[in-house]
Design a binder for this molecule. Structure first.
Ligand code: ADP
Ligand code: MG
Length: 253
């Protein structure tokens, strides 16, 4: 079973008397431990879809299943608890609390979940060393570089050991060098901790590192690349699948 499956998601916004279809029957699958990228032009509906997959927004139609739970059917209370326990979110802008130190920011989710922070000691140590944050713990966000701030935001999203980490253009505010470093360290947490990553990005050099790339075009999602190769659109994907099936049948005969 995939760890996350979004099925036929539709999201529409009413603007005055017109209806904008931000997400148009999108379906997406992520296997446990996979790095899935969603690319596409600005305004194509990437953030809307990601927020729906993360349970931050409700679709008009469709289902999101994480670890076998239909999160679109959960009450707000249960959804909040589910999100806190199994998911993490990293935004383009880090959204750190300016008055709190890096360490205090990182520990916020453990307090919100009512768990005591000492239980996180080992995990916290591992996270801090993986993200190279050990010597920045008592600094305020304003005393950190953009890349360091974003690494703190990743640590905060990872502190509850989420199985699925959602990222919305997590390197979009950073220069190339910092962006590459943050991505490298994020993938290192994936190696060390093993979470699934669903990442929206318009940076092809980042998407290239993903196991699977989906492309969003005017609300429509298609698989662009998986471990087998590239597909320009879902039609080509269907054709490639059909061909594969055929070859399979032929080789079996
Ligand atoms: N809260 C909202 N109210 C109305 N329209 C919205 C809202 N959020 C997004 N949209 C519209 O939905 C479309 C997709 O937006 P978004 O998901 O933010 O795209 P992307 O992340 O790919 O840039 C855009 O046309 C945007 O204007
Ligand atoms: Mg966006």
């Amino acid at each position: 079973m995939p760890i996350l499956e979004a099925i036929n998601i539709i999201k529409q916004y009413k603007q005055y008397d017109t209806v904008v279809t931000a997400v148009d029957k999108a379906s997406l699958k992520a296997e446990d431990g996979e790095f899935v990228a969603i690319i596409g032009t600005s305004g194509s509906g990437k953030s809307t879809l990601l927020h729906i997959c993360a349970g931050l927004d409700k679709p008009n139609y469709g289902t999101v299943i994480i670890r076998g739970t239909d999160i679109t059917a959960l009450s707000p209370d249960k959804l909040g608890r589910f999100r806190g326990e199994f998911t993490g979110m990293v935004f383009q802008k880090h959204n750190l609390i300016p008055q709190l130190t890096a360490l205090e920011n990182i520990l916020i989710p453990t307090i919100m979940c009512g768990k005591e922070s000492f239980k996180y000691e080992e995990h916290l140590k591992k996270l801090l060393s993986t993200l190279k944050l050990e010597d920045r713990l008592h600094h305020l966000p304003s005393e950190l570089s953009g890349g360091q701030q974003q690494r703190v935001a990743i640590a905060r999203a990872m502190i509850n050991r989420p199985q699925v980490l959602f990222c919305d253009e997590p390197t979009g505010n950073l220069d190339r060098k910092n962006a590459d470093e943050v991505l490298e360290l994020l993938l290192e947490t994936k190696r060390v901790i093993g979470q699934t990553i669903i990442m929206v990005t318009h940076d092809m050099s980042i998407a290239d590192k993903a196991d699977k790339i989906y492309m969003m075009d005017d609300g429509k999602l298609s698989l662009f690349k998986d471990r087998q190769g590239f597909y320009k659109n879902s039609y080509e994907l269907e054709m490639a699948r059909a061909k594969e099936m055929n070859e399979h049948v032929i080789s079996e005969n």
